[in-house]
Write a protein that binds this ligand. Structure first.
Ligand SMILES: Cc1cc2c(cc1C)N(C[C@H](O)[C@H](O)[C@H](O)COP(=O)(O)O)c1[nH]c(=O)[nH]c(=O)c1N2
Length: 241
């Protein structure tokens, strides 16, 4: 049996031992249900506001995310005003036109038929940023990989997304803009980076499979295509199959 960490009081050590086991079957099923049925939402937002109570729970879930060196680099800018949402929607619309031109022929036409953001339809937008100076000049675990603060922030986004699924709240991630495009709109300083722009709101329905799959843009790969066991040979072989 491992000893409790230095400074751990007896009752906390007791709780840690009890916490080590699996959830009961119903709780496990709920976790997997949230993971499997989470969807990216673009079209189905309702105008009804998200209550403060629900939003507080979602933000708390996000804030529980793992972060490199416990640096918690994320901040969440809540965007509710129609004016600010319209400003961001305008930026994204311009970039979306550029994006469409990057595809060829029928693919470009198909791209133009997709609606890829719900910025103005969703009553709440959240600009998720990473403060790249948080945690000080040397952060445990970030000494050799500078971008792990951004990965940490993505973990917070995923927590938010899954918790939102459990609450019946839709979330859509919009990334069709240059990283610095939104900085002036939110007065962000140099060391703060936009990691995700989220559209958040109640939804009238939720796709049972990814919308891009339903619209034949792409399909989910078989799990076997993305798992490689080192016992099967050199890892690089996975990419030559
Ligand atoms: C980092 C990142 C960035 C984006 C996305 C996702 C992620 C992880 N997705 C959503 C994406 O298309 C979607 O997750 C996949 O199609 C799978 O569908 P479900 O999320 O399972 O519904 C996304 N969707 C969209 O319509 N516009 C966008 O700009 C983006 N950007």
């Amino acid at each position: 049996m491992t000893a409790p960490a230095e400074g751990t009081p007896d009752d906390e050590a007791d709780r840690e031992r009890r916490a080590a086991g699996p959830f009961d079957a119903a709780a496990r099923a709920a976790v997997y249900r949230a993971i499997e049925s989470r969807r990216d939402v673009r079209n189905e937002f309702l105008p009804d506001p998200v209550s403060d109570e629900i939003l507080a729970r979602l933000l708390k879930a996000a804030h529980c995310a793992p972060s490199v060196g416990l640096s918690q680099p994320w901040s969440f800018i809540l965007v509710r005003s129609a004016e600010k949402r319209a400003e961001v929607a305008g930026i994204v619309a311009r970039r979306n036109e550029e994006a469409a031109n990057m595809f060829d022929g029928e693919r470009a036409a198909q791209y133009r038929r997709l609606k890829l953001e719900g910025i103005e339809a969703a009553p709440l937008n959240i600009c998720v940023v990473a403060d790249r100076s948080r945690g000080g000049p040397v952060v445990l675990g970030r000494t050799h990989q500078d971008d792990v603060d951004l990965y940490s922030t993505v973990c917070a986004v995923q927590n938010f997304w899954l918790a939102a699924r459990a609450e019946g709240i839709g979330v859509g991630w919009v990334s069709i803009f240059e990283p610095d495009d939104l900085k002036p709109a939110f007065g962000l300083p140099e060391h703060v980076c936009v990691v995700a722009y989220l559209c958040v709101g109640h939804v009238e329905r939720l796709h049972v499979r990814p919308e891009l799959e339903a619209r034949r843009w792409g399909e989910r790969l078989p799990l076997a295509d993305v798992v490689f066991d080192e016992r099967w040979g050199a890892g690089a072989e996975m990419f030559n199959r």
